[in-house]
Write a protein that binds this ligand. Sequence first.
Ligand code: ADP
Length: 545
Amino acid sequence: KPQNERQRLPVVPQGIERDDFVKALGELGEQLGAEHVEVNDKPLRDGWYMEHPNTHDMMTILDEEEFVASAIVYPGSTEEVQQVVNWANKHRIPVFPISMGRNLGYGGAAPRVRGSVTVDLGRRMNKILDINAEDYTCLVEPGVTFYALYEALKERGLDEHMWIDTPDIGGGSVIGNTVDRGVGYTPYGDHWACHSGLEVVLPTGELIRTGMGALPGNNTWQTFPYGFGPYSDGIFSQSNFGIVIKMGMTLMPNPGGHESFMYTFPNEEDLAPLMEIIRPLRISNILENAAQVRHVTQHIAVRGLPRSTFYSGPGPVPASTIHAAAAQTPVGDHTWAYYGMAYGPPHIRSHKLTLIDSEFKRIPGAKRIDPSTLPADEYFWSRDRIARGVPDIHELRWVNWASNGAHIAFSPVSPIRGRDASKLFALGRRLHDRYGLDFFPAFIVGLREMHLIVEIVFDRADPERKAAALSCLRDLVEEAAREGYGEYRTHLVLMDQVAGTYAWNDGALMKFNQRLKDALDPNGILAPGRCGIWPKRYRGRGWEM
Ligand code: ADP
């Protein structure tokens, strides 16, 4: 794409004249400072993960101009966030809050409604307000990334005392990831479950604190998440009911030792018996962190070489080619790799590791890989860092698989059961074959459930490949739902479809969400359409996709 010109005229929000919009932005500039209000009229540059744009989805699967902001504003305080919200209500302009905007694979920084004003909270509201080494908690603003929190512990000499939990890629914000219900790989990996207390600007401009934060003078906001009365935090995750400007997060005490381990299993068919072995071990916490069971295709892709190194024919790279490439790596001629970590001092670890070893070896041919044989740049060590709360970006390397590589995920939830794993695996394989796509399945075992994460990597400069990826995703969502599987999180483009699969009792849950939306956001200004929730002004008027 030409990098020096816009293919379409810079967008203004729907329902307002261009001149009136410019005037309204000027008004906001007087409140925030003109330098904190930016019109999105420059060429859209994709950058890369660490220098990502906040104007659009840099990994777009539609035309780049579809999910695009009209302007970006940078509030620097609670009052300024409230001013933005009041301004949006006055002019009926949709605003879309982001913390960092590195939510790649789910929409990045892009708004759901074309022409929304993006509220980039992270740029100026990026303070760590508190780290409490006695309670093992912290309080952060939207711009605090996993890297920043990790560095802050180090600077304060607390990194041996306590750990953070980081997702696979550490450049996102603690708040953005947590409100989108992202996960990490220490025992504190369920970020939403580990947060305690929110401060939220409501769509009408009021300010609330949840949990113990509502009690003036409390000293338990970050230690007791519930407070008194309905637990309202839930409605601020995967929603469009409020702008989170502070969040409490719990931190993990250093367990006194840690040790990563890796096993490989020879055959695709080993998946089902392996899941049966994992379930009781994980639920009883012998396996202590979210497990990763990764397919050999992704193991090859994460080495960072483009698929053209291995194969230039049509359709997916043949299995024999993948296995030939894997033969040179620690996975050898095997198909699945399990990554996990044991925590605690040596005698505690050895009890668990011995059990795990004998259980995993019930799969014929299962092999434990000795970490001391693995070179420093092996992916294993990235998993090792992440499982002890050290942020990393090695995982991004599989994006190189396609030229102009972009990715988008299908992530259904299922019980930890062999038959579910096999069913989802077969479904994914069949639909990827239908569209000629390489299949990258990884099973992430939470506690009592697992998410299958399938990343589709596509060339974002190739309209035909983008269309194939999107059609594949749409079929995956639909066919999985027919079998009773739903996504745990999704990209902007699939939000209506995924929300539509949660349709029990004539869509009663969505009706409830819409009622909340209309009560909390009567003018429908906050992130319309996010997670399939459309305010009254938009509903049934052609916005759903
Ligand atoms: P990351 O911090 O991982 O880069 P984002 O900032 O892109 O993630 O956030 C992911 C999504 O969560 C956003 O698209 C937005 O819809 C929502 N979100 C992020 N931060 C907030 C916030 N502070 N308040 C409300 N919603 C938010």
